[in-house]
Design a protein around this ligand. Structure first.
Ligand code: HEC
Length: 469
């Protein structure tokens, strides 16, 4: 079966040969006829090649169709036209071979009919084939409405307005439908229903596929759809198939919620009872609440190239943190120079963009730290191996996005904790080889027991556990 599919898929490649060859043959015949040009003998051979390549494409197409998943009527029509193409190609070959010997007064007429007929058959076969792979509305999916009307299609549905209130979200139209539309319907639709499953509408979704219902109300284990999306992504049965982008964690959870909630359909979320977990999942899926771990800062304009160049000239390595966010990661530690006030000045020019900053081992001084408090978007700050003290850290108060602070091998002492108290977002703190006393550290840890702050201080025995790293 695998081998059949392997060859079958070459259909989409090979089918271009007969299209190209037969098109060329027909056009050249017509050209010779209408413009009274000498017709070359090679044309006979071209017709033969066209006919043979059409046979090859048809054979591969047959193998492809054995894999199933295509609408039976559509396959029938496509096959019928394909046979007509092959038939017509052989007739042309035969006829034009003869033509060079006999010549009758009907010859121009027959040539015209055969060539236009072949062109018509080629286009029709291609058209029905393409409909099967891309869906019958593929060509007009993005057409303006007047053009769609001409093609006999409905105008584009007006997009649903973005939900702003969880209670007003429609279970199918806002939550379930969009997920399936985005990740599944390319292979599970009216024209192409792989596994005999159509996911474009609720009734067909409930009907299920060749192995029965896709979803069972209240029962995740019995729901084939859920099983498929939660398999190991290397599993042959994993959905979406074909290495297509998998569902996000939140999308999977949304579908799981829907199944467990008994597959509500025509309901608004406000009409259902939701616990906090469900609320949080659905709000995230609807974009009403930021997902965990998502970028915490507001959108900003990208950094200008001139400023980026200036930063580089001042000794920073400048990197954009990700394609999606315009914030930057600056590294001065690689310059192996002392952090000068000139460098500081340039740094402050980019203060709206700096989210990560590495000033490790750069002889940063306490007064310079005072200036850093202007970098209000800082998330990550590396200050290890600098002669800075707790007084310097005091200046950082107010950096309320700062989640990572590295003070390894600095001169901070027990006073540092009052400064740290003013960094509400802090999650990772490095205090190894500082002047902090073990006692003060333990005390502070006790006080912050419930927070998610993680302290790395390898030379201390933290609360009985050795944090060596
Ligand atoms: C690239 C094409 C492709 C995409 C995209 C795709 N599927 Fe499939 N799907 C298939 C094929 C092929 C089969 C039949 C082979 C099989 O059962 O694994 C199938 C079968 C299934 C079946 C089993 C049907 C039955 O009754 O046997 C389920 C359930 C399913 N898909 C769900 C999904 C879901 C949910 C998504 C979206 C997350 C999805 N599929 C996306 C190709 C696809």
């Amino acid at each position: 079966m695998d081998l059949i599919q392997f060859f079958g898929r070459f259909h989409v490649l090979v089918l271009h040969l007969p299209i190209g060859i037969l098109l060329m043959a027909a056009v050249l015949e017509l050209y010779a006829l209408f413009f009274n040009k000498q017709r070359t003998k090679t044309l006979q051979t071209i017709w033969l090649w066209g006919a043979l390549s059409a046979c090859g494409a048809a054979l591969l197409g047959y193998l492809l169709s054995l894999g199933g998943g295509y609408n039976a009527d559509a396959v029938f029509v496509h096959k019928a036209f394909a046979f007509a193409v092959i038939g017509c190609a052989f007739i042309c070959w035969f006829y034009f071979c003869l033509l060079s010997r006999i010549s009758s007064k009907f010859a121009p007429f027959i040539t015209t009919i055969l060539c236009f007929g072949q062109l018509f058959l080629l286009f029709s076969t291609g058209h029905y084939g393409a409909n099967m792979t891309h869906g019958s509305t593929y060509l007009f999916d993005y057409a303006p409405d007047p053009v769609r009307k001409l093609a006999g299609l409905e105008a584009h549905p007006t997009p649903r307005e973005k939900v702003t209130d969880l209670a007003q979200a429609h279970v199918y139209l806002d939550l379930i439908g969009p997920v399936l539309e985005q990740k599944c319907v390319a292979c599970h639709n009216d024209d192409k229903s792989k596994g005999k499953l159509n996911l474009t509408r609720l009734d067909s979704l409930f009907k299920g596929g060749q192995s029965g219902p896709a979803v069972v109300a209240g029962d995740l284990n019995a729901s084939e759809l859920y099983r498929r999306i939660t398999l190991d992504s290397h599993d042959k049965k994993f959905m979406p198939a074909g290495g297509k982008p998998p569902l996000s964690d939140i999308q999977v959870k949304t579908l799981a919620w829907w199944i467990e909630a008994g597959l509500p359909q025509d309901k608004l979320l406000g009409e259902l009872e939701l616990d906090d977990t469900a609320r949080s999942i659905l709000a995230t899926q609807l974009g009403l609440q930021a997902a965990k771990g998502s970028w915490p800062l507001a959108k900003t304009e990208p950094l200008s190239q001139t400023l980026a160049d200036e930063l580089t000239a001042a000794g920073f390595v400048v990197k954009q943190i990700s394609q999606d966010v315009a914030y930057i990661d600056l590294d001065y530690s690689v310059s192996r120079q002392a952090f000068t006030d000139q460098a500081l000045e340039v740094l402050l020019k980019a203060k709206d963009h700096v989210a990560w900053l590495n000033l490790a081992n750069s002889q940063v001084s306490d007064p310079q730290l005072a200036a850093l408090s202007q970098l209000t978007h800082l998330i990550k700050l590396r200050l290890e191996k600098n002669p800075i003290t707790s007084q310097g850290i005091n200046h950082l108060a107010g950096l309320d996005q700062l989640t990572y602070l590295n003070l390894y091998k600095t001169k901070v002492d027990d006073q540092v904790f009052s400064a740290l108290q003013q960094l509400p977002a802090l999650k990772n703190l490095y205090l190894t080889e500082t002047l902090v006393s073990e006692q003060a550290l333990t005390q502070w840890q006790q006080k912050n027991k419930t927070s998610s702050l993680q302290v790395i201080a390898a030379n201390y025995d933290l609360m009985g556990q050795n944090n060596e790293k």
